[in-house]
Design a protein around this ligand. Structure first.
Ligand code: PHE
Length: 461
């Protein structure tokens, strides 16, 4: 099976695809919002610690499961553990459906914002009437159409396979994304709000950090690094034996963190540069990215005509490389476990996801009971419920099982063989021992703390 399995065609293939999965709406939409609400500085520092101490070790653990078995999550857990452990993989596939079911709807909004910006750039800015975004959300055909458009683009790439589809797409999309981001960062460096942004982000003041911020930072680390549902196991299974897991994981974690911070720099600087804007940032994350920013691009910035459309291409590309990875987890399960061909597996899984997406798309005001339906207090609607379910429960739980599995059930020897962190005399290095300590003790303890916090009522979505 390993021989005829498709692999990344180049070393950079894994890194770009995995970074593409990690960098997404979590970086551009969620992170700037939670950082804003947790008052910057101290939160950023805690988040960095979570990413390094928990995110990086778990990412290495996931990649090593995939690389070693060369299989998708369910058969991979079964091979290294037993049938029971396969359920952890299955849980990941389910999480994939849940996340894709709402993520594709939000991703669809970036197409609208892009389109709107292009129109404004060509024919001049016309202020949207009050409540226009709310009306758009409640418009069933637009929501369904845009999310379907996004899913079709995703499916098209996954259909083409690992090296010819996912890797090729990542090799094109990621450099474009980096270039747009670099351009935007350079632009905002000259805006008056830059000083205030730097101070907000990088001057920690622990008295301003809400106590729940620590747990929120950890919860977000899972989401943003695509951990806890088998994405990195799946992508690791297409990795060749010669590549270094530590180096690849470190680069992915670094890029993801860098881009989350740069997204904050861009957005906050624009906001701080406009007098009075700070106070009128609407209470929701959605507001900042899709409502406040497009307006500012055209009313307050010189060069907004270019920045506007570019920014939403960036959002769309970032979301696309993430939805690709989510779909690939499901498709690879259908291929490996149900022995389906890639093409039929892609069509089947996209159809099921599209069904979930319809429910999310209709829960933004179009259909009353879907918009009001509430399992988790204060999270009405199918879309918010799915987001809450995935970010607060499914990813941390999947991550917990993964660390316990790799820390306690996979042998030290096997892990060392895959990570190859040995010195000249063949003994494990200090960093390997450190990794193992974090995987066995620190990561599970931290995740259990999050889960307990969630049970006690803290929301991480
Ligand atoms: N990491 C992605 C983001 O930040 C979301 C994601 C979560 C993708 C889990 C795959 C798996 O947007």
């Amino acid at each position: 099976m390993a021989e005829n399995r498709d692999h990344w065609a180049s070393r950079i293939g894994f890194i770009l695809a995995a970074a593409g999965s990690a960098i997404g709406l979590g970086n551009l939409w969620k992170f700037p919002y939670i950082t804003w609400h947790n008052n910057g500085g101290a939160f950023v520092l805690v988040y960095l610690v979570c990413v390094l101490a928990i995110g990086l070790p778990i990412m290495m653990a996931e990649i090593l499961i995939g690389r070693r078995t060369q299989k998708s999550p369910v058969p991979a857990f079964e091979e290294l553990g037993n049938r029971g452990w396969g359920l952890v993989g299955l849980f990941g596939v389910l999480t994939g459906f849940v996340i894709l079911g709402y993520y594709s709807v939000i991703a669809g909004w970036s197409i609208l914002s892009f389109w709107q910006c292009i129109n404004w750039s060509i024919s001049g800015y016309v202020a949207p009437p009050e409540g226009a975004f709310g009306e758009f959300l409640a418009d069933a055909p637009s929501q369904i159409l845009l999310s379907f458009a996004f899913l079709v683009a995703t499916a098209f790439i996954v259909w083409r396979g690992v090296s010819k589809g996912i890797e090729k797409a990542a090799k094109f999309l990621m450099p474009v994304l980096f270039a747009i981001l670099a351009y935007l960062v350079i632009r905002v460096l000259f805006f008056p709000g830059i000083g205030q942004t730097m101070e907000f982000l990088f001057r920690p003041n622990f008295s301003e950090l809400p106590t729940t911020g620590v747990l929120e930072a950890l919860g977000h680390a899972f989401f943003t690094l695509s951990l806890g549902m088998g994405v990195m196991i799946t992508y690791g299974s297409y990795m060749r034996k010669s590549e270094s897991i530590l180096r690849s994981a470190a680069v992915v974690v670094f890029l993801d963190t860098l881009i989350a911070l740069l997204a904050c720099v861009i957005m906050y600087t624009i906001i701080f540069s406009v007098p009075g804007m700070e106070d009128s940032i609407s209470a929701s994350a959605i507001g900042m990215l899709f409502m406040t920013l497009p307006r500012l691009f055209y009313t307050e910035l010189s060069g907004g005509v270019l920045i506007g459309p570019l920014f939403y291409i960036l959002v769309a590309f970032a979301a696309l490389t993430s939805t690709i990875s989510l779909l690939e987890v499901i498709v690879s399960f259908f291929i490996d476990k149900l022995k389906m061909k890639r093409h039929s597996a892609t069509v089947l899984s996209t159809c099921i996801v599209a069904l979930c997406a319809i429910f999310s798309a209709l829960s933004l005001g179009a259909v009353g009971f879907m918009s009001e339906f509430e399992i988790f207090g204060g999270k009405p609607g199918v879309l918010s419920t799915l987001d809450h379910l995935a970010a607060n429960w499914m990813l941390p739980l999947g991550g917990l099982f993964t660390t316990i599995f790799v820390g306690w059930f996979v042998s030290r020897k096997l892990a060392l063989e895959q990570l190859r962190m040995v010195d000249k005399s063949g003994r494990s290095t200090f960093y390997f021992n450190l990794w193992r300590f974090f995987i066995r003790f620190i990561a599970p303890a931290a995740i259990i703390a999050v889960i307990i916090a969630v049970i006690l009522g803290k929301d991480f979505s």
